[in-house]
Design a protein around this ligand. Structure first.
Ligand code: DAK
Length: 261
């Protein structure tokens, strides 16, 4: 796969692994990281072999300790707006990627790092991981979707507590409030994420991606419209080879060989 400066991106079978690679700065997100992340996601989006993505941070200490404070500190209003829209664009790109993205959170996931994890479909945390939205302590507020995604994931009450206090929480607490799906031994985070990605990759790619679309688009609709969106997507699957293969394989008592077509 392509070489980058601040991230690495590799593929093993049907799984892409993106690692944010600035461990010296706890993988803080600067403009270059955001641009490279965007390029990697574009590359993955057109690669039909890839069925799931694992996103993680290099080193043992951090997933991503937030947006790069050193870079942000001297920004003027225009530059801050530019930085924000770059960030928002890439976060939405990740969220709207047709395949699932699993965040393997190996350490600090703070500010933009917590927001990046929340833009992923699933979060697996190491037992030493720490989550938080400390922006109010820096004189700003969460700006990469934190006020919206955190409230949707854990409810407005807990989201407000975390966003107003800037308090850091443990992986266990993050699990308790529904911010993460699973907490595992710190050294096993990436392995667990890959295992889950492989399980997803063994299923029908179209079934999985239509499910992602139904959930992501459905949460912004009222129940009646969301159910009709689900019915529409469900129906559409009956024109695909994946559906024919999945059901035929079941009846023939064999493993399905899905092609995502
Ligand atoms: N940015 C830049 N460098 C960072 C960093 C960050 N977010 N976090 C850590 N580093 C750097 C440290 O400066 C240090 O660099 P050197 O001094 O060695 O050169 C190195 O990483 C190691 O960090 P520490 O020495 O501080 O390590 P400790 O173990 O003592 O502490 C820590 C770890 C994670 C508790 C601490 O580093 C920390 O509090 N970091 C900052 C966490 C934080 O506040 N994160 C939120 C950043 S604000 C926007 C959209 C989004 C955002 C902003 C605007 N728009 C809409 C415009 C997002 C904002 C954020 O994410």
């Amino acid at each position: 796969m392509k070489e980058f400066n601040t991230i690495t991106c590799s593929a093993e079978e049907n799984i892409a692994i993106i690692t944010i690679n600035r461990p010296k700065y706890l993988n803080a997100l600067n403009t270059e990281v955001l641009q490279e992340l965007s390029e990697a996601v574009d590359f993955i989006a057109v690669n039909k072999e890839i069925r799931a993505v694992v996103l993680t941070g290099a080193g043992e200490k951090a997933f991503v300790a937030g947006a790069d404070i050193a870079e942000m500190q001297s920004k003027n209003v225009l530059e801050a707006r530019e930085f924000s829209s770059l960030g928002n664009r890439i976060f939405s790109k990740l969220e709207n990627l047709s395949i699932p993205v699993i965040a393997a959170v190996n350490g600090f996931a703070l500010g933009g790092g917590c927001e990046l994890a929340m833009a992923c479909d699933i979060r697996i945390a190491g037992s030493k991981a720490k989550f938080g939205q400390p922006e109010v302590g820096l004189g700003i507020m969460a700006g990469f979707g934190g006020t919206q995604r955190l409230a949707r994931l854990v409810g407005a009450g807990i989201a407000k507590e975390l966003l107003y206090t800037g308090e850091m929480i443990s992986a266990d607490r993050a699990y308790e409030i529904g911010l993460v799906n699973k907490v595992v031994n710190s050294v096993e985070v990436q392995e667990e994420a890959i295992k889950m990605a492989q399980m997803i990759a063994s299923k029908s790619p179209l079934g999985v991606s239509f499910t992602k679309k139904a959930i992501n688009d459905g949460v912004n609709l009222d129940l009646e419209r969301a159910l009709s969106l689900e019915a529409e997507l469900f129906g559409a699957l009956f024109s695909t080879d994946d559906q024919t293969e999945g059901m035929t394989a079941f009846l023939e008592k064999r493993q399905a060989a899905f092609k995502g077509e």
